[in-house]
Design a protein around this ligand. Structure first.
Ligand code: NAI
Ligand code: MG
Length: 349
């Protein structure tokens, strides 16, 4: 089986971490023996913008539809291109137009890593964030001026979108430790979150073997820091999930290791796999970026393609590398990107 993957390295350290991750993914495919990757590179991003006045060609989305999945590094050259142009012209455009309605971000305490938490027990959380609606809607407006000015931003929750995120969370929990926590705020929000709670009650009837909990988002954020080991899968709306997943990245130790996936779970269009971090202009071109976020993101792509077994081997190789003290500067080491990649490749064998 050959998977055709569209590769967008993007800007800054994207150009360094993506090739490293591709080497690891090719090695994983070879080790497995049952599939191969065919990578097609698209030079889209801020350099492309500086030359052509847009982040990708007009038919970029149509081109991407012809691939199995998208593997992206990071975009952004804030000194030369305003961030709202680079983000909306590429990343957000792809997420929206390819209907990647589910955002998945694991937060796990990797062996050999120090969490900034005081007494971190071994946590291993997956946050499923609704990625297409909710609080991030374009419904609303502004009116009046001066002291009477008003801004209104409506949150839009559809049954389809809400159910989709929840069912995906329950399905993930089946293959995990069998627990789903719903992030709500139905004590403060009187329409959207009671609806969210109702849908959660309905969906959970279909999964009698899965245990559940319902936490208000404020308490949940506190638990995330105080006792993250009590969570397995968490399902959250767009805004709540956005905040929780950054917190998840923080308690793992560095944004440089945090992976993410934007999924079209219907598989109507390709999904997009991109790490949480940005283009890190402050360290770009120096060969010292941490490639683990991008490599772990590659593991998520392997999982989504149905190759969990080899995906787990990739994560093991990452953990062995860290446990041996082969670490980049962001997590307290002095190794280069190349050294970290080579160590992961070695442990994969
Ligand atoms: P950033 O994530 O690029 O960097 C934040 C800090 O973390 C920097 O000190 C950086 O050196 C460090 N860092 C990030 N990734 C690292 C890695 N792999 N290894 C070691 N250190 C790492 O966020 P920042 O600086 O706010 O944004 C820079 C540019 O990236 C902006 O243009 C922004 O819009 C864009 N961005 C793009 C994202 C994406 O493509 N998904 C996500 C976040 C930001
Ligand atoms: Mg965020």
């Amino acid at each position: 089986k050959i998977y055709r993957i569209a590769v967008i390295e993007g800007d800054g350290i994207g150009k360094e971490v993506v090739p490293a991750a591709i080497e690891v993914l090719d090695a994983a495919a070879e080790l497995d023996g049952g599939f191969q990757f065919e990578w097609t590179y698209f030079p889209w991003g801020c350099d492309y913008y500086l030359e052509h006045g847009k982040m990708m060609p007009e038919d970029g989305i149509e081109i991407l539809k012809g691939y199995d999945q998208i593997f992206l590094g990071a975009v952004g050259m804030p000194e030369l291109v305003p961030d709202h142009i680079s983000l909306w012209g590429l990343l957000i455009k792809i997420r929206r137009e390819l209907k990647q309605a589910i955002n998945v971000r694991p937060a796990k305490l990797l062996a050999g890593l120090e969490s900034p938490l005081k007494n971190p027990q071994n946590f291993d959380i997956t946050v499923v964030r609704e990625n297409s609606e909710g609080e991030y809607s374009d419904s609303g407006g502004r009116m009046h001026q001066g002291a009477d000015e008003i801004a209104i931003q409506n949150a839009v929750f559809t049954r389809k979108g809400t159910e989709r995120a929840m069912r995906y969370a329950f399905e993930l929990a089946k293959g995990s430790r069998g627990h789903v926590t719903s992030a709500t705020k139905s004590n403060g929000l009187t329409y959207s979150m009671p609806f969210w709670d109702e849908v959660f009650e309905e969906v959970k009837q279909d999964y009698p073997d899965i245990d559940t909990a319902v936490n208000h988002i404020d308490a949940l954020a506190a638990f995330f820091v105080m006792k993250p080991h009590q969570f397995d899968v968490i399902v959250a709306s767009n805004l709540f999930g956005d905040i929780l997943t950054d917190l998840g990245g923080a308690i793992m130790g560095s944004i440089g290791i945090a992976p993410a996936a934007n999924l079209n779970i219907e598989r109507e269009y390709p999904s997009m796999f991109e790490p949480v971090h940005g283009s890190a202009p402050d360290i770009a071109g120096k060969g010292i970026a941490n490639p683990i976020g991008q490599i772990w993101t590659g593991k998520m792509m392997l999982d989504f393609l149905g190759h969990q077994e080899i995906g787990n081997k990739v994560l093991n190789a990452i953990e062995q590398t860290l446990a041996n003290g082969v670490k980049t500067g962001d997590i307290g080491g002095s190794s280069t990107l190349e050294e970290v990649k080579n160590s992961i490749l070695q442990h994969l064998e």
